[in-house]
Design a binder for this molecule. Structure first.
Ligand code: AMP
Ligand code: MG
Length: 458
């Protein structure tokens, strides 16, 4: 148990005006084996910042972080509250009002960004990628000022842990080594309990953080996911994808693809993500210097690129149903990336295009049919029949594209929540299956060369 006042503050949520369910994630409820009566007004209130349920003890945690490479000082839960630990997850209500860490913010989330996180995190989970989950989404009439006047929403987020690199940085940079030590032991208890009390556990747990982060970023790179704002306060110790803001998926394969329009230098471009994760882990290493010799930390940190390459190879092999040891795999992957870098194909469609010769995606590869056929022929000499079925299930047959999300958000903002519900249901049916609503709403991609940027303002 960590101390109030040092690690967190008790905060009561503040209620939204006229809340209504946009969606409840029935599949996740089933997974965690929890009934939720949507008709019960107490439930709706509790899930939208009203009076909390028995057993919830809302708190806002303090953390700091490096944002865009600069030390940003104290941040913390400014618009989200930890509520409880239940069913193997930490429950966190995003958009629940101001906290002592809100700084200049209003403590709210808008419907637009809540929908993006709700669908984005469930889609990533369906792709087999480690991520926080989303349990429910509530809309309201609470006015929230962003670039335009929008409406407040709450999202119930579930995570194995909400501990971020920024949590440790906070106490390290305050020189509070006692609190830092307690927090690290707490993190070990929460995420790596087999290491509790074990001599040398700090080195070991750092090695695990490196491995989990290398695996996570390899998963992102494999599917073309761009996080958009990989600050250390958005990087989880658990290896879960955390804080869906200006995220997106590649269209054509492009290392320099930047989605976050406030990212003027391209720090968080798609192709930079492994390097940024390594840099973030360097910040984490620094926080361990009071406890672990610098040389040990340095040599662990230096293992990141190799670990990343290892996981990336495994990830691509799995997604293409090829034995990871196949000697032609790296060359084949490079060829695919070069081909997909042309503006004829959407990168996330690569896997379905290889695994299923009847696949028809959004891309219009008219003049490249021959080239695709050649790639498929090469692929079929490398693929392992026993791996294909699993790979197909995780190969998205439709994209959670920015233009699809824009349509869904527009409908929801005018009061029609059915596209959110239909997409969430389709995600859980399997992203490898055709999705009617995605074809209807997301079937007309904009020009591939048109710029599309999102802001952090959410
Ligand atoms: P983010 O860019 O969403 O990761 O947020 C960075 C920091 O700003 C975190 O400490 C958030 O809690 C805080 N923050 C973001 N938006 C708001 C808001 N509307 N009100 C209060 N704090 C916010
Ligand atoms: Mg954040």
């Amino acid at each position: 148990m960590l101390d109030e006042g040092i690690f967190y503050a008790k905060v009561s949520p503040s209620a939204l005006i006229n809340p209504r369910w946009v969606d409840i994630n029935e599949s996740l409820l089933k997974e965690i084996n929890l009934p939720l009566d949507a008709e019960d007004p107490q439930m709706l209130d509790a899930f939208s910042g009203g009076p909390v349920l028995d057993g919830w003890r809302p708190i806002a945690q303090v953390y700091s972080g490096h944002q865009f490479g600069q030390w940003a000082g104290q941040l913390g839960d400014g618009r989200g509250l930890y509520l409880a630990e239940c069913c193997g997850f930490e429950w966190h209500l995003k958009g629940a009002g101001k906290t002592p860490f809100s700084r200049f913010g209003d403590g709210r989330s808008v419907l637009r960004s809540a929908i993006r996180e709700y669908l984005g995190s469930e889609y990533m989970h369906a792709l087999g990628i480690s991520t926080t989950r989303a349990l429910s989404l509530v809309a309201s009439d609470t006015p929230v000022q962003r670039e335009t006047l929008e409406r407040g929403a709450t999202l119930m987020r579930l995570a194995k842990s909400h501990l971020r690199i920024g949590h440790l940085e906070h106490f390290y940079h305050q020189n509070s080594h006692q609190a830092l030590g307690e927090l690290i032991e707490f993190a070990i208890r929460q995420l790596d309990s087999d290491l509790e009390g074990v001599p040398g556990r700090l080195e070991e747990v750092f090695a695990r953080y490196i491995d989990r982060s290398a695996k996570l970023v390899a998963q992102w790179m494999a599917v073309g996911f761009v996080h958009g704002v990989m600050n250390t306060d958005n990087t989880a110790l658990s290896g879960e994808t955390l804080d869906y803001g200006p995220y997106g998926f590649l269209m054509a394969y492009r290392d320099d693809y930047v989605i976050n329009h406030t990212d003027h230098t391209g720090r968080y471009a798609y192709g930079q993500q492994p390097r940024v994760m390594h840099w973030n882990l360097g910040c984490l290493a620094e926080t361990l210097t009071p406890f672990v010799p610098v040389e040990t930390l340095r040599s662990l940190l230096n293992s990141f690129p190799e670990k990343y390459r290892h996981h990336y190879r495994l990830e691509m092999a799995g997604r293409l149903a090829i034995d990871p040891q196949h000697e032609d795999l790296p060359d084949f992957v490079d060829d695919l990336k070069t081909f997909w870098a042309g503006n004829h194909m959407f990168y996330p469609e690569l896997f379905a295009s290889m695994l299923d010769d009847s696949f028809v995606g959004l891309s219009r590869p008219a003049e490249d049919q021959g080239a695709i056929k050649a790639h498929r022929e090469r692929w079929s000499t490398m693929a392992e029949a026993s791996l294909i079925e699993t790979a197909r299930e995780r190969a998205p047959a439709w994209m959670l594209s920015h233009w699809l999300l824009d349509e869904v958000i527009e409908s929801a903002e005018s009061g029609d929540y059915s596209p959110v519900q239909l997409l969430r249901t389709a995600i859980h049916r399997g992203v490898g299956q055709h999705c009617q609503i995605a074809s209807e709403l997301g079937g007309s991609p904009p020009d591939q060369n048109s710029a599309y940027h999102l802001s952090c303002s959410s």
